[in-house]
Design a protein around this ligand. Structure first.
Ligand code: NAD
Length: 498
């Protein structure tokens, strides 16, 4: 017997009409632990109707009421952070401390959204014309949809829904079908925080549900986070249907190590950022760029640390890295390493075929270090999204920056150096949305906005922070006169200021 994971509609679990289901695994055992319902187009109609019906009342709710719900949500999620981390770890595979970290990052967005009265303040101009005042306000867009990836089943939805809902929108979450459990913990938390029914809904599904949402006339805004091909499809389809869209895609993050860097600190950072969460992070480092002449020393320092990583089930406190999310994804990662080896890259540490005692059927893949990787090889060009770190050696700083410029993705990038001038030049020149200086994973705090450049983002607004508020609201400018007009009678001339 496996559990069935329901949708969430009008403040409670809902079965929907869709007949298809998708297996949810425990990646450390390979066992199917649940089945998630996959919605269909009729379920989309019902869910959008619920969100639309809830919109008028929610958008009219006072900022005090909204803030009170958000503060309660913060407290409830904080109280349940261990439960949420366990659910994430059991379906995604990441270690518990990492899952707890993602919950913490999500909570920080809730905290940001608690400041919504301040964030929604408009502008006011008294006496713009004689006895005429002008003010600007921002109002919610309506029904917002969030389509999210498997790798952060709590944090990425929390990048979106607290801000959207605080702004007065209603929200439909379409979580990843691979680890959908966290979405229902969030739904229950919203309900317990006093959010009215219909304001936050969860509709599980795959491409069928996504495509129906993208074209549904009752949907006003779409936030997407996932791989680049799907991000491009979401952006093109939903904008053609007249919706505002922010679609965050994949990544291939470079970490440049200059010869003057602290190599031990750089090696620690490369290993943490390359193999944390089994490399299944959009901000993971996947390419280390070693600027001559430090290549040999740096590769040795990384290799030594890589070999020491303890891989095991996410719930085991001794594990530093968990399994891969599915067997299919594990095999895809393995295929990239095979292709690299066939292309002549040096496999310094080989994670293929890793076995973990007591868990023969888990989706294991060990930390893998590749050296002498060349531009153009698939291990360099493609997003592998696994624990595979590639080292590219270049003669100069200019070559290193050129690599980042020529990369299709522009999500995160980092430089390791002791030279403030070099770091300052790098931050000025480099083509990426998030830059780290001696920080390998430069994820912006919740009160800044998160997003990349190039094929890592379609649309122009980043998520959460001020750009999130902007995305989930539209501007309105009011020009008003209450005094009696100085002169009476129609005047067909162009209005000017007096
Ligand atoms: P994915 O693109 O396969 O899936 C993302 C979402 O799209 C899921 O909800 C999925 O159900 C849906 N989807 C999948 N195929 C679809 C299709 N053909 N048509 C319509 N919808 C479809 O991504 P994933 O494997 O779940 O997540 C990993 C990817 O997400 C990586 O590429 C990673 O870099 C990216 N990611 C990016 C960021 C960022 O901020 N840029 C953050 C996290 C993850």
């Amino acid at each position: 017997m496996t559990d069935t994971i329901d949708h969430w509609l009008d403040g409670k679990p809902w079965t929907g009409a869709g007949a298809r289901r998708s297996p949810v695994y425990d990646p450390s055992t390979g066992a199917t632990t649940a089945e998630v319902r996959l919605g269909d187009a009729a379920d989309v109609d019902v869910t959008v109707a619920s969100a639309r019906a809830a919109f008028d009342e929610w958008r009219a709710s006072s900022l005090s009421k909204r803030t009170s719900v958000l503060f309660d949500l913060r407290r409830i999620l904080s109280d349940r952070r261990d439960e949420l981390a366990r659910v994430i770890s059991s379906q995604h595979g990441k270690v518990l401390s990492d899952a707890a970290g993602e919950v913490q990052r999500g909570l920080e967005v809730v905290e940001f959204a608690c400041g919504i009265p301040q964030l929604l303040k408009g502008g006011y101009t008294e006496q713009a014309s004689t006895e005429v005042d002008v003010y600007s306000i921002r109002q919610p867009v309506g029904v917002a949809v969030g389509i999210t990836p498997f790798n952060f089943p709590a944090m990425v939805p929390l990048w979106m829904c607290p801000v959207a809902i605080a702004c007065g929108n209603t929200f439909i979450l379409k979580p990843s079908e691979r680890d959908p459990g966290a979405s229902l913990v969030l739904a229950q938390a919203w309900a317990d925080a006093g959010l009215p029914d219909g304001v936050f809904n969860v509709l599980h599904g795959d491409a069928e549900v996504v495509n129906a949402l993208l074209e549904h006339p009752g949907v006003d805004a779409v936030s997407f986070v996932g791989s680049t091909p799907i991000a491009r499809h979401v952006y093109e389809t939903a904008t053609a249907a007249g919706k505002r869209v922010q679609a965050l895609g994949g990544a291939k993050n470079h970490m440049i190590v200059l010869p003057d860097a602290d190599l031990d600190a750089a090696a620690d950072a490369a290993v943490s950022a390359g193999y944390g969460s089994a490399g299944e992070r959009c901000m993971a480092i996947s390419v280390v760029v070693a600027v001559d002449p430090i290549g040999d020393e740096l590769v040795e320092a990384i290799a030594e640390r890589t070999r020491a990583i303890r891989v095991g089930p996410g719930h085991d406190p001794a594990s530093e890295m968990g399994p891969i999310v599915t067997g299919v994804h594990r095999d895809r990662i393995s295929g990239y390493v095979d292709a690299g080896a066939a292309d002549g890259v040096r496999v310094v540490v080989d994670g293929r075929g890793l076995a973990v005692d007591g868990h023969p059927d888990g989706f294991w893949f060990g930390p893998t270090l590749l050296d002498d990787v060349q531009v153009g090889q698939s291990v360099y060009t493609d997003e592998i999204f696994g624990p595979v770190l590639s080292v590219v050696r270049v003669p100069s700083y200019e070559d290193a920056v050129g690599l980042v410029r020529d990369c299709a993705f522009g999500n995160g990038v980092a430089i390791f150096t002791r030279d403030g001038g070099a770091a300052r030049r790098f931050t000025f020149e480099v083509e990426a949305g998030m830059v780290g200086v001696n920080v390998p994973i430069p994820v912006p705090m919740a009160y800044y906005s998160f997003g990349g450049w190039g094929d890592s983002l379609f649309g122009d607004t980043h998520v959460h922070g001020p750009e999130g508020v902007h995305f989930y609201t539209r501007g309105k400018v009011v020009t008003q006169r209450w005094a009696d007009p100085a002169t009476r009678g129609p005047d067909l001339g162009f209005p000017t200021h007096t």
